[in-house]
Design a protein around this ligand. Structure first.
Ligand code: NAP
Length: 301
């Protein structure tokens, strides 16, 4: 088993990364780095430089929010470690390109993970659409920010991306399953009067594809992508975990999202490869560049 260090022990590290690592035959959770978070039974560092200096753990999985993540990734690569990045892979596109360059020069693996691409229905949707022309599509990604990001003010700070923090998951599925790329044509972004990032967004892409993201949805949560290709229809439900093709359920893939990410990281290291794909984040950057701003009610957790 390969030793791995988990950095940023917060909501997603505890909910998904720790169970996925513990269940895998590829990995041993050898240390954590977090200012206050810990994982029982695992050596805990509060200082990243100290962990790099005092251990030879070869792989770092960075679960911090996107703004602080770059500095950690750059140090890890400089110290010759392989790096796995939570989504979104950075606060800016250029900083991730810089990391890609550094990793290539250092001969280490860099993996920009997109967990929703590993949802169990996505591979079937991609296979169905591979030789087709998509003629229309709708994304509905509506959830309750208080439930999924309780008290996390960073999502509303510059670089936190607001509703694009979950919305980028839908865009990661879209960019994975579409047989040909699309680009953004217009966007409306709803900014709470007291916040720096949008709480809702409506996007319109070439190819007749639209997306509605909203973080104010209480009760039932909706994470759906519907694509039409001529007479064929593909519905991805439950965040991509269920795929219905022409009203029939398609066979799901074998692994859940985070176990599949860690299996992929193990494979990348074995083959000496990196996997860096910025296409979901390019759509977000385009929306923040092109989007019309609408002021809405202040938001408080
Ligand atoms: P979080 O709980 O707010 O943050 C993770 C940990 O990072 C914190 O517990 C904190 O640990 C550390 N941290 C926060 N700000 C920092 C800073 N400025 N400098 C250094 N360390 C800092 O966030 P999260 O929900 O786990 O999300 C982290 C990443 O995972 C995000 O990119 C998010 O998009 C992604 N993600 C989240 C979810 C979800 O449901 N929440 C789902 C999938 C992916 P210490 O205070 O102990 O240092």
């Amino acid at each position: 088993m390969t030793p791995i260090c988990l950095v940023g022990i917060g909501k997603i590290a505890v909910d998904q990364h720790v169970p996925a690592i513990n269940a895998s035959d590829d990995w041993e959770l050898a240390a954590t780095v977090s200012r206050s978070g810990k994982v029982e039974g695992v050596p805990a560092f509060t200082d990243f430089d100290r962990m790099l200096a005092e251990t030879d753990i070869p792989v770092m999985s960075l679960c911090l929010p996107p703004v602080p993540r770059y500095a950690y990734a750059a140090k890890a690569i400089a110290a010759g470690r392989h790096v796995m990045l939570e989504k979104p892979p950075g606060a800016t596109l250029a900083e991730v390109q810089a990391l890609q360059d550094m990793a290539a020069k250092a001969g280490v693996t860099l993996y920009t993970t997109w967990h929703s691409r590993m949802a169990r229905g996505v591979a079937a949707a991609k296979a169905l659409l591979a030789d087709k022309a998509v003629t229309a599509g709708q994304i509905t990604w509506k959830e309750d920010v208080r439930r999924w990001h309780p008290g996390q003010d960073w999502v509303f700070e510059p670089g936190g991306m607001g509703v694009f923090d979950p919305g980028i998951n839908a865009l990661s599925i879209l960019t994975e399953v579409l047989p040909a790329p699309v680009h953004l044509q217009s966007a409306s972004l709803s900014f709470p009067a007291n916040r720096q990032t949008p709480i809702a967004a409506d996007l319109s892409f070439t190819g007749g594809i639209t997306a509605a993201f909203d973080w104010r949805q209480e009760g039932e949560q909706t994470w759906e992508v519907t694509l039409q290709a001529g007479d064929d229809s593909v519905h991805l439900l439950d965040g991509g975990n269920r795929c219905v093709i022409n009203d029939q359920d398609a066979a799901p893939s074998d692994l859940d999202e985070y176990p599949a990410l860690y299996a992929r990281m193990a494979q990348l290291i074995r083959t000496g490869a990196s996997d860096v794909d910025l296409s979901p984040m390019i759509h977000v950057a385009d929306a923040l560049t092109l989007g019309k701003r609408i002021a809405v009610d202040p938001f408080h957790f």
